[in-house]
Write a new protein. Structure first.
Length: 130
């Protein structure tokens, strides 16, 4: 795939997150995919490997934060690498609000995402809105 096609894949991937469209997300993932989440006990956060594990991890984002959104996305690609910057927003179970800048570093293989490595600013939750 050329750079424009990879960029279109990345932009569609970002849009699918905001639609909470798991099938569209997974259609962008390579069969050997890995997702490294923002939190976890390991240096890389938490690692999910394979389509089944990655799907479950992606779905858990919406179960934990049902109104999760990735706003103001900016994407670019270079070679087999992609970057997506955004501001993550949502409401935690206790009503507090989350708003933090984040970045996903992605690696493409055969035109699909083989690695999604997520980073998010560590920021205290904001008070619940009245």
């Amino acid at each position: 795939m050329n750079q424009e096609q990879l960029l279109a894949t990345l932009e569609a991937f970002g849009a699918a997150w905001n639609r909470h469209d798991i099938d569209a997300l997974m259609s962008a993932m390579h069969e050997d995919c890995i997702f490294e989440g923002v939190a976890g006990a390991e240096v890389y956060g938490t690692r999910h490997q394979g389509l089944v594990a990655v799907r479950k991890a992606f779905e858990s984002a919406w179960q934990t934060i049902p109104d999760a959104a990735w706003r103001n996305a900016r994407c670019w690609v270079s070679g087999d690498r992609g970057v997506m910057e955004s501001t993550f927003t949502g409401t935690a179970a206790d009503g507090s609000r989350i708003e933090a800048n984040m970045v996903d570093l992605l690696v493409f293989k055969d035109g699909k995402i083989v690695l999604k490595n997520a980073f998010r600013k560590q920021r205290p939750h904001l008070p619940a809105q009245a």
